[in-house]
Design a binder for this molecule. Structure first.
Ligand code: ACO
Length: 330
């Protein structure tokens, strides 16, 4: 079987910077609380009228160009998001239209913080098997329109931001590029981190009562998320290394989903990975869920922090609960 590698990366961050100080004018919180608990100093919010597909399209244009390709070369696309433009259809079809792609398959992935890695694994399998040559993988989120900006929602709202990232996956020699992907889920924790409404099990799916009860905003059991994240992130990284006969000391860099700086620091410590080998940009963008890994990957590539031959581990944990990893020989 042939290999599959990332041919190009891109990112899209809305220009509007929202500082912690701005949040303190909307809810009872403080710069100290946010920085101490999360490491976040600012995040980006879109202007009204921008959907996840718009950020995805901007990032995808860059990724396709950096891959040395044109939109006509893309044979399939996978879009990971928890904030699609509409309840249905998925965000992928808007990308197909806005980029002027052929009438290719467009698949949406709904695994939240691990969405990009699930989507990347689809591209990896399709390219390795020869089913498709060039697959576009996008992770993009507009969180800002779904946050409770009152004090009642402060535990969740201070964490999240908007953004998009994209990669193009194409053929490579066997043993180069994406070496393996590892995906997990544990649905008994589905309600620990969720947005309940609109819900198909409710009739109507959304009502004034549900809005009044703020069930259309995300909710999180922060303690549970923390406990499971600091266990599953290391497991996922070690699983990817073990599957390829490698050790932590072989890693050039780990790019974790940017959940929370304290989670990232705890993972690095428990695996004995020096902090400079664990990438973090949550200070600037907050938690952008499915977009955080492709944004971080694009920053690393652009800044020369990843070079040819490096061993890169991508890892994520999030709502579901789901967790995943991908090991890449760059
Ligand atoms: N500003 C000020 N105070 C706040 C805020 C805020 N934004 N949010 C919550 N608080 C208050 C709470 O109301 C609570 O007050 P109380 O003690 O008067 O009730 C207090 O701060 C403590 O909040 P907790 O978060 O419950 O703190 P706890 O001591 O239980 O710490 C922990 C738990 C581990 C710090 C946890 O909250 C945490 O950080 N979890 C990680 C969650 C996370 O980062 N998720 C990322 C998104 S999910 C993902 O990507 C995987």
């Amino acid at each position: 079987m042939r290999g599959a590698r990332i041919l190009g990366t891109g990112r899209a961050l809305p220009p509007r910077v929202v500082t912690n100080a701005e949040l303190t004018t909307l809810m009872d919180t403080s710069e100290e609380w946010i920085v101490q608990r999360t490491g976040i100093r600012e995040r980006r919010f879109v202007e009204p009228g921008t959907g996840a597909s718009d950020l995805g399209v901007t990032a995808a244009r860059v990724a396709i160009e950096r891959a040395g390709l044109t939109p006509k070369d893309i044979q399939f696309l996978v879009f990971a998001t928890l904030s699609p433009d509409l309840f249905f259809p998925g965000a992928g079809v808007f990308v197909q239209e806005k980029l002027g792609l052929d009438t290719i398959g467009a698949l949406d992935v709904r695994t939240q913080c691990t969405g990009f890695l699930y989507a990347l694994s689809v591209a990896e399998a399709y390219v390795k098997s020869g089913f498709h040559d060039n697959v576009l993988v996008i992770g993009a989120e507009v969180q800002s329109t779904g946050l409770d900006m009152s004090t009642a929602g402060r535990d969740v709202s201070v964490i999240f931001g908007d953004g998009g990232g994209a990669v193009v996956v194409g053929p490579a020699e066997a043993g180069v590029g994406i070496l393996s992907s590892h995906l997990h889920s544990e649905g008994k924790y589905a309600r620990e981190l969720m947005t309940e409404a609109p819900a198909s099990a409710e009739n109507p799916r959304i009502s004034k009562e549900m809005l009044d009860a703020r069930r259309h905003f995300g909710s999180m059991n922060g303690r549970s998320v923390f406990v499971h994240a600091v266990r599953r992130f290391p497991e996922a990284i070690l699983e990817a290394l073990s599957a390829n006969g490698m050790a932590v000391s072989d890693l050039s860099i780990v790019i974790p989903h940017q959940a929370n700086l304290r989670i990232t620091q705890s993972v690095a410590k428990s695996l004995g990975i020096p902090p400079e080998k664990v990438f973090s940009n949550i200070e600037k963008y907050g938690n952008t869920t499915a977009a955080s890994i492709p944004i971080a990957l694009d920053e690393c590539v652009s800044e020369g922090r990843i070079r040819s031959g490096d061993l890169v581990c991508l890892a994520a944990f999030g709502s579901g609960f789901t967790w995943a990893s991908s090991l890449i020989r760059w």
